[in-house]
Design a protein around this ligand. Structure first.
Ligand code: ASP
Length: 597
C-alpha cells in the first residue's frame, strides 16, 4: 500500500478524498467505541478515526496495534467535529476515517517515551543504545534536518564563490606533534602504520601548490583525545583553503558564509563585519581566548595598585612579574558556602592557591584579606570595579596567563550562578560573533623546554615581526585567527608560510624539530613548495559545534546521528570490540593488556 500523502499534508481542501497514509503509530486512544490513531511520519502527524460499530473487524485489528507499529491506512478525509479541531497541527482540522489497514510491523513497547519532553528525561546511555528510537523524537529529527540544511548552505555558498570540494584521504601518515592520533596497522607493510587524518591541513596546502586556488571540504577528522560534551573522537570540519588571499579576505569570506547559514537555517540576519579582538585583550578582559560576549563581568587588572601593597601575597606576585586581577560578580554576595567552595576548587584546579574574595553586604566588606588593604587601595578597587552593596569580588594573583585563566573560569561559573538566581539572562540565540586575532606564533612549553606552535607550524608570522624570530620568538605574532561564538571556538585558521626556506627555519630553528624528523615528516611538503607555491591561507570550522549552536543544544552528541559516549563507545553497535587472533596476525599485531594495579 503506497501512501498518497505524507502525514503533515491533509487540510480542509482534501475533505472527501480517499487517501492512503503510511507511518508509525504515535498514539492510540479508545474513546468508548471510537478509536483514534495518531499516525506519524517524518513530516508530522495525522489523526485516523474509526467507529468500531461501522467496521468491527478493522476495529479489532487496530485495537491490536501498539505504539511505534508501522502501518498504512486508507480512508476518506473528513472534517473534524466542532470543538475537536487542533490548531497546533497543520492537519488539525481534518481526520481520516479508516477503511483499510495494512500492518507492516508490530512494535515492541519502546524502552522510553519518544516525545521530546519524555525522552529528554531519559539517561543518555539508554537513548544511545536505542538511537533508532531516539532519532524518531521530533527534536532529534529536527536536529538532523538542521545539520543537513547547514551543510547545504555551506556547499551552496562555496560553490557560488567558485570553490570546489575535493576529498582528501582519511588514511594519512603519522605526524605526532598535534593531538594524539589513531593508528591503522598496515597488512602489506608489517610494522608500519597509517594515521587517521586529524585534519586535511597538509593536503589542502598541497592542493594550493597544485593550483586548485579555491578548495573546501566537509571533512571527517579523527583525534584520540578525551571526550567531552563538545568533543568527539571523530568529528566533522568545514575545511577551506584559498590562494592569493590575506586575513581581510578570510574574514569577509567567512562572515559571508555564516551570514548565509544563519539566514538559510534560522532566517536570522547576522550583522557583519564581526567584532575583532587581539588575543591579549581577550585574555586581559575575559580570561580566555574564546570570550563569551553575551555578558560583561570583565576582568580588571590591579597589578599596578598592589605592586607596593602590604598584602604580601599580591605584592610578591607582582614583584615576580605576575599579575593581580579581579572580577566583580555583581549581585552574587548571597553565594552559598557550597557554591563558594566549588568556585575555590575550580580555581585550585587551575593552579590557584585559593580564591581571595570580598563580599559586600550591609555596607561592610566581609573578607579575610581586606584588613591588609590601605584606604587608597580600597578606593581604587571600589572605583574600577564599580563595587556596590550585594556584590562579591574575586581575585587571582599569579603569572599573567594563569591569573587570566583562573578568573576567566570564575567569570563563567559566577555568570551561571547569577543566571540561576534570575539576576542575569544569557540567551542561546543572542549571537555574539567575534574574531580573536594576533595570537602569539609560538608558545613556550615548560615541559618540553622548547617553543611549540600556538596554532600549527604552517602559520605565517606577521611580516613586521619576522625580525624577532631568532631573538625573541615570544614577541612574534602569527597570522592566525579564531572565530568565536558565545564562548565557543567555532573555527580557526591562518595565512600560511609559503616560502620553503622560512618553513624549514620554523621547523628546525624555532620549533627545534631535528632535521631528520623534519625530512621524514614534512620533506614532501617542503619539496612541493620549491615548485611554485602560491601565498595561501585558510580556516576550518567545527560543523558539529556549529550545528549544536544552531539547534540550541550544548552537546554535540545531539547533532550527530551516531555519536560515541564520553567513554568512546558506540552503545548501539557495541564498539570497540575484540577481534580474532587471525585478524591480529594478518596485521602483524600483538596486544599487551594493561596490568591491573
Ligand atoms: N587545520 C586547522 C585545524 O584543524 C585549521 C586551519 O588552519 O585551517 O585546526
Amino acid at each position: 500500500m503506497k501512501s498518497t500523502h505524507h502525514c503533515a499534508q491533509l487540510t480542509k481542501a482534501d475533505i472527501g478524498q480517499t487517501v492512503t497514509l503510511a507511518g508509525w503509530v504515535d498514539t492510540i486512544r479508545d474513546q468508548g467505541g471510537i478509536v483514534f490513531v495518531d499516525l506519524r511520519d517524518r513530516k508530522g502527524v495525522t489523526q485516523i478515526k474509526l467507529e468500531a460499530s461501522s467496521n468491527p473487524a478493522l476495529a479489532k485489528d487496530i485495537a491490536h496495534l501498539k505504539p511505534e507499529s508501522v502501518i498504512a491506512i486508507s480512508g476518506q478525509v473528513a472534517q473534524r467535529p466542532e470543538g475537536t479541531v487542533n490548531a497546533a497541527l497543520p492537519t488539525g482540522e481534518v481526520e481520516v476515517e479508516a477503511a483499510a489497514l495494512t500492518i507492516f510491523n508490530i512494535s515492541e513497547t519502546p524502552p522510553f517515551p519518544l516525545d521530546d519532553a519524555g525522552g529528554d528525561k531519559v539517561n543518555e546511555d539508554m537513548r544511545l543504545t536505542y538511537r533508532y528510537l531516539d532519532l524518531r523524537r521530533p527534536k532529534m529529527r529536527n536536529n538532523l534536518r538542521v545539520r543537513h540544511k547547514t551543510a547545504k548552505a555551506i556547499r551552496d555558498y562555496f560553490d557560488a564563490e567558485e570553490f570546489i570540494e575535493v576529498e582528501t584521504p582519511a588514511l594519512f601518515k603519522s605526524t605526532p606533534e598535534g593531538a594524539r592520533e589513531y593508528l591503522v596497522p598496515s597488512r602489506i607493510w608489517p610494522g608500519q602504520f597509517y594515521a587517521l587524518s586529524q585534519s586535511p591541513q597538509q593536503f589542502k596546502q598541497i592542493l594550493m601548490v597544485a593550483g586548485v586556488e579555491r578548495y573546501f571540504q566537509i571533512a571527517r577528522c579523527f583525534r584520540d583525545e578525551d571526550l567531552r560534551a563538545d568533543r568527539q573522537m571523530e568529528f566533522t570540519q568545514v575545511d577551506v583553503e584559498a590562494s592569493f588571499i590575506d586575513r581581510e579576505d578570510v574574514y569577509r569570506l567567512f562572515e559571508g558564509m555564516l551570514k548565509k547559514v544563519w539566514k538559510d537555517v534560522l532566517d536570522y540576519d547576522v550583522q557583519t563585519p564581526f567584532l575583532r579582538m587581539p588575543f591579549v585583550d581577550a585574555m586581559n578582559r575575559f580570561g580566555v581566548d574564546k570570550p563569551d560576549m553575551r555578558f560583561a563581568l570583565e576582568l580588571v587588572d590591579f597589578s599596578e595598585t598592589f605592586k607596593n601593597s602590604s598584602f604580601k601575597v599580591f605584592q610578591a606576585t607582582v614583584a615576580n612579574g605576575g599579575s593581580v586581577k579581579a572580577i566583580n560578580a555583581k549581585g552574587l554576595a548571597d553565594i552559598t558556602q557550597g557554591e563558594l567552595k566549588s568556585l575555590e576548587d575550580t580555581a585550585k584546579l587551575l593552579g590557584a592557591k585559593g580564591l581571595a574574595f570580598i563580599k559586600v553586604e550591609g555596607g561592610e566588606w566581609k573578607s579575610p584579606i581586606v584588613k591588609f588593604f590601605t584606604d587608597d587601595e580600597k578606593a581604587e578597587i571600589t572605583k574600577r570595579l564599580a563595587i556596590e552593596d550585594g556584590d562579591i569580588v574575586f581575585f587571582a594573583a599569579a603569572e599573567w596567563e594563569r591569573a587570566c585563566a583562573i578568573l576567566g573560569r570564575i567569570r563563567l561559573d559566577a555568570a551561571q550562578l547569577l543566571v540561576k538566581r534570575g539576576k542575569l539572562t544569557i540567551r542561546h540565540d543572542d549571537w555574539k560573533f567575534l574574531w580573536v586575532v594576533d595570537f602569539p606564533l609560538m608558545t613556550y612549553d615548560e615541559e618540553q623546554k622548547r617553543y611549540v606552535a600556538t596554532h600549527h607550524p604552517f602559520t605565517a608570522p606577521v611580516p613586521e615581526d619576522i625580525q624577532y624570530l631568532d631573538t625573541d620568538p615570544k614577541r612574534v605574532r602569527g597570522q592566525h585567527y579564531d572565530l568565536v561564538l558565545n564562548g565557543m571556538e567555532l573555527g580557526g585558521g591562518s595565512i600560511r608560510i609559503h616560502q620553503p626556506a622560512l618553513q624549514k627555519k620554523v621547523f628546525e630553528e624555532v620549533l627545534q624539530i631535528p632535521q631528520d624528523v623534519v625530512e621524514s615528516r614534512f620533506g614532501y611538503m617542503l619539496k612541493a613548495f620549491t615548485y611554485g607555491a602560491p601565498p595561501h591561507g585558510g580556516i576550518a570550522f567545527g560543523l558539529d559545534r556549529l550545528c549544536a549552536l544552531l539547534c540550541g543544544t550544548t552537546s554535540i552528541r545531539d547533532v550527530i546521528a551516531f555519536p560515541k559516549t564520553q567513554k568512546g563507545q558506540c552503545l548501539m553497535t557495541q564498539s570497540p570490540s575484540p577481534v580474532t587472533a587471525k585478524q591480529l596476525k594478518d596485521l602483524h599485531i600483538q596486544t599487551v593488556m594493561p596490568v591491573e594495579e
